[in-house]
Design a binder for this molecule. Sequence first.
Ligand code: PEP
Ligand code: MN
Length: 353
Amino acid sequence: MDLLKKINNNWIKKFSYPLIISGPCSAENEKQILKISNKLNKSYVEIFRSGIWKPRTKPGMFEGVGENGLKWMVKAREKNNILLATEVANKHHIKLALKYKIDVLWIGARSTCNPFTMQEIADNLKNYNNIVLVKNPLNLDIELWIGSIERLIKNNIKNIGLIHRGFSIYKSYKYRNEPCWLEVLKLKKKYPNIPIICDPSHIAGNTERIYEISEKAINFGYDGLMIETHNNPKKALSDSNQQITPENLTKILNKILLKKKINKQYINDLNMYRTNIKEIDENIIHLLHNRFITSKNIGKIKNKYNIEILQKEIMLKIKENYKKMCNVLNLDEHLIQQIFDEIHKKSIEIQIK
Ligand code: PEP
Ligand code: MN
């Protein structure tokens, strides 16, 4: 049997729709945790998030405050009657998160892509009854994401949700982590029972796109949003570029949720493919931009060494390669030829300049 079909979505029905999770990227000190949790608009935010152990790219960066942070979070829960969520990545984290009765655990993108880590987490959460949210792995490997979830289900963990936080792709032009909506929506379509939450903060990597990504996710029928908030984003010790103030979160949510009365939509196929086409087109434009910059650099070298701009032999080889690719991909060779004739014309113009 397909293990993912066993996932229980009753847990999310106990929250309002859409479920809003918010709080800082990292817990930094008690005052900060209490300030943010006090300021979050409780008519929207039902779960307060905060990272306690931070997976950073390089050693020596701020790596989280550890157990003390859990104590501050517990105070925030008592004062604000809000549920708590934190990231766990090993058995030590799990032991402490359970000790402080953290209500929701999430598994970060760097853990989901490591089967050893996932197995350790799953084994140490055996029969866990609370909510576990699994972020997509860093790389665009949906099977790896599914595999991580299967490890949890095999350990009798059923209150599971997914967090779509985007994928790390070489040269993403617009986002910190490319959303790759189509891949995630296909998964959502295959397993409509699995709650799925969008994390616009880690997709965007900046504050400007939070609104646009959140609105898109809601229109695609996502069950909730996880958005990072900080009382003083510029001074945040991690992810300072993407955190917004609790006040701005309220403004964004007002705009999205009040604009239209949201019906929980089923996934609209046409919308899904349209979004994909738009992103492909934007990537083509960025690639062309890159190509013309490269042409300029080639032009400089040719000029320096007095090399002829148009080298017929090289051009023939390039064209031969396009032809081969068209055969493999079953593409109209003449169309591709026409497109590249235009691109080459422009390239030569740039090089001459
Ligand atoms: C986070 O939520 O702060 C975090 C580290 O996220 P991710 O695992 O998506 O990078
Ligand atoms: Mn973060």
